[in-house]
Ligand binder design. Structure first.
Ligand SMILES: Nc1ccn([C@@H]2O[C@H](COP(=O)(O)O)[C@@H](O)[C@H]2O)c(=O)n1
Ligand code: CDI
Length: 159
């Protein structure tokens, strides 16, 4: 069986705003995340995990940060592109696992909605989509509340 494994990592810093978009869900917060797009760090990490599994570069190569057309873009565009590229290459997404790293906001109450949104976008059964969270015990840039980091793993199988 042809199985591919990919990983992705992304960081966005906090800036002005009253909510953050994480895994496609708007989460109320006392700051926003800064990015060229909607700065959905979780979706960017998953998108990169899929590109990684396919050995087809990374999100910035497919959607250059300097390109005006992606300014403020909703990040489902990037994730859908990675899933479609997998299909073109004869692969289907098999499962996805994302860890969001921040002290605040608390992710737990929003994780079911995030899994549901990612399931809609990717076509994966919700039981194959995992969204987890951890603090970094107040250590480092996430611990100081300077931004949010995300790690993602995805497996693909030959369709
Ligand atoms: N932003 C976050 C961070 C953590 N959680 C939940 O709390 C649990 C404990 O976190 P530790 O960093 O102390 O291990 C964690 O397992 C998550 O369930 C959260 O919801 N949002
Ligand atoms: C998503 C893109 C799109 O321009 O921009 P950002 O929202 O800044 O996100 P990042 O993960 O820093 O870089 C990848 C870019 O391709």
């Amino acid at each position: 069986m042809d199985i591919r494994l990919g990983n992705g990592f992304d960081v966005h810093r906090f800036g002005r705003g009253d909510c953050v978009v994480l895994c496609g869900i708007e989460v109320p917060h006392d700051q926003g995340l800064v990015g060229h797009s909607d700065a959905d760090v979780g979706m960017h990490a998953l998108t990169d995990a899929i590109y990684g599994a396919l050995a087809r570069g990374d999100i910035g190569q497919h959607f250059p940060p300097g390109d005006a057309q992606w300014k403020g873009a909703a990040s489902d565009i990037f994730l859908r592109h990675a899933v479609d590229l997998a299909a073109e290459m004869g692969f289907a997404l098999n499962n996805a696992d994302i860890t969001l790293i921040c002290e605040q906001p608390k992710i737990g109450p929003h994780a079911p909605a995030m899994r549901s949104r990612l399931s809609e976008i990717t076509g994966l059964d919700i039981d194959r989509v995992s969204v987890k969270a951890t603090t970094s015990e107040r250590l480092g840039f996430t611990g100081r509340g300077e931004g949010i980091a995300a790690i993602a793993t995805a497996t693909l199988v030959a369709a």
